[in-house]
Structure formats: structure tokens, C-alpha cells
Design a protein around this ligand. Structure first.
Ligand code: IVH
Length: 665
């Protein structure tokens, strides 16, 4: 990567990781999956290694975790609570072991333990009494949550057989069943549900009222002695676990010890076993058994060298398709959506999965009532891999794509050569609603405080009919809405005011012109400077813009030629929208310089279209997979390129994920 691009990318990663950390640690509301977070952190680590001159001293790669909030009193950890490095395969684990053994100069025994998906606590027992319990916080300073930890069933408050001093680390978690029950209850009460057991555990442990925590059925496993005074030091990790067990402390339930070959051979069995556990685990932890060797291996600023995490690969689970519903997007595309019997996949509860389009349902022969195999594509997007016809009872129903819009009832159409059915009614309420959601979204006009709920209320109350009406809203329009105080109303109006002068590229992305996302919007805005010039530009003028190809040029011309769109533009102008001219196109687009290979049949785009979109976002599309390839975009019936990508460990993404990337770009 060129130096300046690397520097920009690093600046972006610093900001993004800080944002994700705040959401995760301070708000207990993660914005991305662990896998996505790890990928960003790894990318930053690699860039820092290549470009140390741009690395920041306070880099998240050098720190252990989040910060502690002001709600609880602070506790300085006597022994810093480090984190763990990650591995993702048996080979990587073996490489880790080889490094340990080389350093120790001898073959070693390891302990393999489940990696519980919960929240770290550090407990202090003094004179046989539990006197302190702290969260990890940033690894040096955490929060005092003793009152709440004392409510956890199965954790002794007193240790009758031990009078010394013991600092022990463990994981507070919420068993799957307790989590499901809690969420059900919250749903009934109209409260927001927790995304996964870890967030539920975190939210429960950090309650100011310990009576609330007591009602939450938390549990704890302990797995690491941080300090021990007044008893013989355990020589091995296994002895440490036995010692804790002898004190009646809840010690991690199942573990295995052996040489690295034994441990690696056990990985696959764990893949199956994890689903049978009463609690969620997101991987395993490998630890050098010999305490002295583990000590001598030392640690980096972030993690010990004698222990490492192994993260499970994306998993697939079986469930039942309860129904197939059809949603309408802002472009009128009708998308079949499977409603499935809720299941746990990769750390969250899935109840819906997109089926992309009619052909995908038919090709995979997914019927209502079918047992199916579901996974999270790229650990993010729930997707049905295949149906399991051998489990059919004969009561399953074949899905028929409606030929009318399920929302407005008007005729839908499937154009020649396209996979999608579209509602052709430009005033379809679903299309308008979805279009407004998109208009205000972060990558577009970024109107903070205007989420789907408020938009729905405004539509229902007849206060808005299209995106342009947003700019005509007054305090009197907002105040009568449910849960809208004067302060909130003023905040919304302020966000709207700010949006009036967003850059032209943002407005272009917001308008929903097919194929014009953030990046194409920037290129066009930089060239044409104002909306008037762009709206009268000819097809050839557009094609002359670098990286703008036939598809985008055609789409832009068509959009501006439409009388309704022209009316919308006039209305926006009347509402005081004055987009600011662009100075120069952003060079650090997320996909800038990224190399893509396309393979297989995509659910809704032709490969030609996907290529055009990627190129407009700054990516390069090449024909064959190599180590240099950043992503393989794979559709149905992807063949050798997909295999090669898997062999080389190149990231494989779906069309939906590509679209998500472009939306962010
Ligand atoms: S050992 C110095 N063992 O995973 C490192 N950690 O991704 C000590 N975790 O922060 C950690 N189960 O919160 C260890 N059996 C286990 C664990 C475990 C879960 C958590 C822990 C750690 C995180 C690292």
C-alpha cells in the first residue's frame, strides 16, 4: 500500500476501533461481530508493522480493552488483566506451540479450555472472604462490581479452608437458557432485547441496583490465579484449577491436557460439543501447562506469550423455515425473507434470513416448513445454505413469489435477464418509507435522531410524504408525536438544519440513484460541482469521468430525466437544501486499491454490474485468485476460484456483504 494511503487507512482504523470500543465496553451494545472487530484490529496491526512511523502510542493494538464508566467506583488492578492473541486454525495453534517450545527449549504440555463468551472479573479473597470484584475495564483500572457479583449463585462468599490472599480471574456469563428467558420477558414488557448472552451478562453485571442483577441468573467460571499468598504455589495450570476446585470455587468445567498434537486433534470435537453446552463459547483457550515456563515466556503489552485463543470458524446450524415473507426495498425490489425458528448462530439469535430472490429459493428448493442449514455469511449476515429434503414430512409448502407488491398491491414485474421482481409503483408506501430511511442514513444525509421509528410516525401523521418534506418540518409538527419532548424536537431540527448543507456527494448518495453510492457520488460531485450541472450532463460527459462506466452513466441520465425526480429536486431546493461543492474526491475509500475476484452467479446483480459498482468504489476487479486478492465475491455454483480462495485464506463474501461494504464506502 502506498504510504499516504496506509496513513489514511490507519487514521480511519484508529477512529473506527475507538468507536467500536466505546459501543462495546461503555454501552454494552456492540456494533459489529467479534470476527469483524478482530479483522480490523489485525489489519491495523499489519499496517503498524509496515508503517511504524504512523503508529500511535495509544494504539488499540497496545491496549487491552475498553475504559471503565463513571457509574461505579474505580478499582486499580494489582495484577494487570491482559487479553489474549487470536488464532483461527489448528495450523496457527501449532505455530504458536512451536514458538513456545523453541523459546522454552523443550516439548511442552498444554491445557485446552473453553473460551466462555462473557465478561472478565477479577475476584479478591482475603482472610477467606470475598472482598473485591472488579471488571476488566482497560486492563489496569476496572469497575467495582462486588455488590453485584455477590448475587451470583454458586460463587462462595467465604472460603472456610483458606485464610490467605487469592486474586483469581474468571468469566461472568449468562447461561443460554437464562438468556432466552430474559429476552422473552423483555420482549413481553416492550423492552429492547439483548443481542447475545455476553451483552446480557455485561448489562446485568453493571446494574446500579444489585437486586436487578440478582434476578438475572448469572454464573461464573474461574480459570486463572493472578496471585496466591498463604498456600503452596501450583506448579502447573492443571494444579491451579484443582486448587481452586478444592476451595469449592466454580472452576471451568471441561478441559483437556496433552501435547500440541493431542490438543489440535481435539479441536473438531469441540466444534460439535459447543452447541451442547449450557453456555455460549466463542472458541477455546490454549495455555502452557507449566507455570514456570508460562511465566518465563512473558507477555507483550497486550497478551501473554504462553496462552492464546482459538476462535471457532463460522458455524452452521439446523432450523425450520416457519414462513417466507416478502419485503419491498426502496428500489421496489421484492425480497423473499425466511422467518425461521429462532436459533443461535455465531453468538446471536437469528429469526430471519434473506432468501435474496425467487431463483435462489427455487434453486435451493427451500420450502415453508423445511428443515434448513443456516449460517452467518462472513459471520455477519444470516443465510440459508441449503434445505434438508431428507427431513421432509410432506407437509411442506412450495413458495410462490407474488406477482403483486405485497405492500401496495400493484403489479410487480420481473425484467428479462434480471433475478428480481420489482414493484413498479413509484408511490408505493413501502418504497417511499425505505427510500426515506436510506435518505437520512449515515452514509447519505446523516440526519441524526431521525430513525425508522420517527419516520414511520411522521408518515402516519401525514407530516411527510417524501424525503424533501423533512426540510419543511417545524417544531409544531414534531411536538405532538409520542415520546417527543421539546429538547428532542430541537435536536432533530438542528440535525435537519445541518443536513441542508451536507456535501453534494452525500445528497447524491441519499437520492437513491441506482448504482450511485458514496464513492460514485464523490466522483460525480467533484467533477460537476453542482446539482444543476450534473442534472443536465449528457451520457458522454458522465462517461468521461474517471471510474464512471456505462452502467452508472446510464443510470444517472435516466434518473435526472424522470419528471418525478425533478419535482423532488425542486422541493429539496425549496426546503433550503444547498449541497456544498466537493473539493476533491476522497482517496481513502474503503475499497480503494482492494482487489476483487468475482465468481459464480450472484443473486441479484450480473457480474458486469457488480464489477462496475466495485470499480466505482475504487476497487480493482481481476480474473484470478492469488495471495494478493483481498476478496472473492462468490455467488451460486462458484467453482475453482472459490476453492483457491479458501486454500489461500482469502476472504470470501456474498453479494449482500459487498453491497453492505459499498453502502459504508
Ligand atoms: S485466559 C491473560 N481462559 O477471553 C489472559 N480467558 O479473548 C487470561 N476468556 O479476556 C485469559 N474464557 O475474558 C482465559 N478459559 C479462559 C477464558 C478466557 C474466556 C476470555 C477472557 C479474555 C478473553 C480473551
Amino acid at each position: 500500500m502506498a504510504e499516504n494511503t496506509a496513513q489514511q487507512r490507519m487514521a480511519y482504523l484508529y477512529e473506527e476501533i475507538a468507536r467500536l470500543n466505546r459501543a462495546y465496553y461503555d454501552l454494552d451494545a456492540p456494533l459489529v461481530t467479534d470476527a469483524e472487530y478482530d479483522a480490523l484490529l489485525r489489519e491495523l496491526q499489519a499496517l503498524e508493522a509496515e508503517n511504524p512511523q504512523f503508529a500511535r502510542a495509544d494504539s488499540p493494538t497496545q491496549r487491552v480493552g475498553g475504559s471503565s464508566s463513571a457509574k461505579f467506583s474505580q478499582v486499580e488492578h494489582e495484577v494487570p488483566l491482559l487479553s489474549l492473541g487470536n488464532t483461527f486454525s489448528g495450523e496457527e495453534l501449532a505455530e504458536f506451540a512451536a514458538r513456545c517450545e523453541k523459546s522454552a527449549g523443550q516439548p511442552l504440555t498444554y491445557v485446552l479450555e473453553p473460551k466462555i463468551d462473557g465478561l472478565t472479573v477479577a475476584l479478591t479473597y482475603e482472610g477467606g472472604k470475598l472482598v473485591q470484584a472488579a471488571t476488566r475495564g482497560n486492563g489496569s483500572v476496572g469497575e467495582n462490581v462486588l455488590e453485584n457479583v455477590l448475587t451470583i449463585a454458586g460463587l462462595p462468599h467465604n472460603l472456610p479452608d483458606f485464610n490467605g490472599r487469592l486474586l483469581v480471574r474468571g468469566e461472568v456469563y449468562m447461561p443460554k437458557a437464562a438468556f432466552a428467558e430474559l429476552n422473552e420477558q423483555r420482549e413481553e414488557d416492550g423492552q429492547t432485547t439483548f443481542a447475545n448472552p455476553r451483552n446480557a451478562a455485561a448489562g446485568s453485571l453493571r446494574q446500579l441496583d444489585s437486586a436487578v442483577t440478582a434476578g438475572r441468573k448469572l454464573a461464573v467460571w474461574l480459570y486463572d490465579i493472578l496471585l496466591l499468598e498463604g498456600a503452596e504455589q501450583p506448579q502447573t495450570h492443571q494444579q491451579a484449577l484443582q486448587f481452586l476446585h478444592s476451595l469449592c470455587l466454580p472452576v471451568i468445567e471441561e478441559w483437556l491436557a496433552g501435547d500440541i498434537a493431542t490438543v489440535v486433534a481435539a479441536l473438531e470435537g469441540w466444534q460439535q460439543k459447543r452447541h451442547k453446552l449450557a453456555y455460549d463459547i466463542d472458541g477455546l483457550v490454549l495455555k502452557v501447562d507449566d507455570e514456570q515456563v508460562r511465566q518465563s515466556l512473558g507477555s507483550t503489552a497486550k497478551a501473554p506469550r504462553g496462552a492464546v485463543a482459538y476462535k471457532f470458524p463460522a458455524e452452521a446450524v439446523e432450523t425450520t423455515v416457519l414462513d417466507i415473507q416478502v419485503g419491498v426495498g426502496r428500489t421496489g425490489v421484492l425480497t423473499p425473507l425466511a422467518v425461521v425458528d429462532p436459533v443461535w448462530v455465531a453468538g446471536s439469535r437469528i429469526s430471519k434470513a434473506t432468501l435474496h430472490n425467487e431463483d435462489n429459493v427455487a434453486d435451493k428448493d427451500i420450502r415453508i416448513g423445511d428443515r434448513v442449514l443456516l449460517h452467518k455469511a462472513g459471520d455477519v449476515i444470516p443465510e440459508i445454505i441449503k434445505s434438508l429434503p431428507e427431513s421432509r414430512t410432506g407437509d411442506e409448502r412450495i413458495f410462490v413469489m407474488p406477482h403483486n407488491c405485497p405492500e401496495c398491491g400493484s403489479a410487480a414485474e420481473r425484467a428479462e435477464g434480471e433475478a428480481a421482481w420489482r414493484c413498479l409503483n413509484p408511490v408505493c408506501p413501502a418504497r417511499i418509507r425505505e427510500g426515506i430511511y436510506h435518505f437520512v442514513s449515515r452514509g447519505a444525509m446523516n440526519i441524526e435522531g431521525m430513525g425508522p421509528q420517527l419516520i414511520n410516525q411522521l408518515l402516519e401523521a401525514g407530516k411527510i410524504h417524501d424525503a424533501a418534506d423533512i426540510f419543511l418540518l417545524t417544531e409544531e409538527d414534531l411536538l405532538p408525536l409520542p415520546r417527543m419532548g421539546q429538547k428532542s424536537a430541537q435536536n432533530v431540527l438542528q440535525s435537519i438544519e445541518t443536513a441542508r448543507t451536507r456535501p453534494l456527494s452525500a445528497l447524491l448518495a441519499a437520492l437513491g440513484i441506482p448504482y450511485v453510492g458514496g464513492r460514485a457520488g464523490q466522483l460525480l460531485a467533484a467533477k460537476f460541482n453542482d446539482l444543476q450541472a450534473l442534472s443536465t450532463a449528457k451520457y458522454e460527459d458522465l462517461l468521461a469521468v474517471e471510474a464512471i462506466g456505462k452502467i452508472i452513466a446510464g443510470s444517472v441520465v435516466k434518473w435526472f430525466a424522470d419528471a418525478d425526480n425533478q419535482k423532488l429536486l425542486q422541493k429539496l431546493q425549496a426546503g433550503g437544501v444547498r449541497p456544498q461543492a466537493e473539493v476533491a474526491p476522497k482517496q481513502d475509500g474503503l475499497l480503494n486499491g482492494k482487489i476483487f475476484v468475482l465468481t459464480g452467479t450472484l443473486p441479484s446483480l450480473t457480474r458486469e454490474q457488480a464489477k462496475a459498482m466495485l470499480e466505482a468504489a475504487g476497487a480493482k476487479v481481476t480474473g484470478s485468485v492469488s495471495r494478493k486478492t483481498d476478496y472473492v465475491l462468490a455467488g451460486e455454483a462458484a467453482g475453482s476460484k472459490l476453492e483457491k480462495a479458501q486454500q489461500l485464506g482469502v476472504a470470501v463474501i456474498t453479494e449482500a456483504e459487498m453491497l453492505a461494504m459499498l453502502a459504508e464506502n
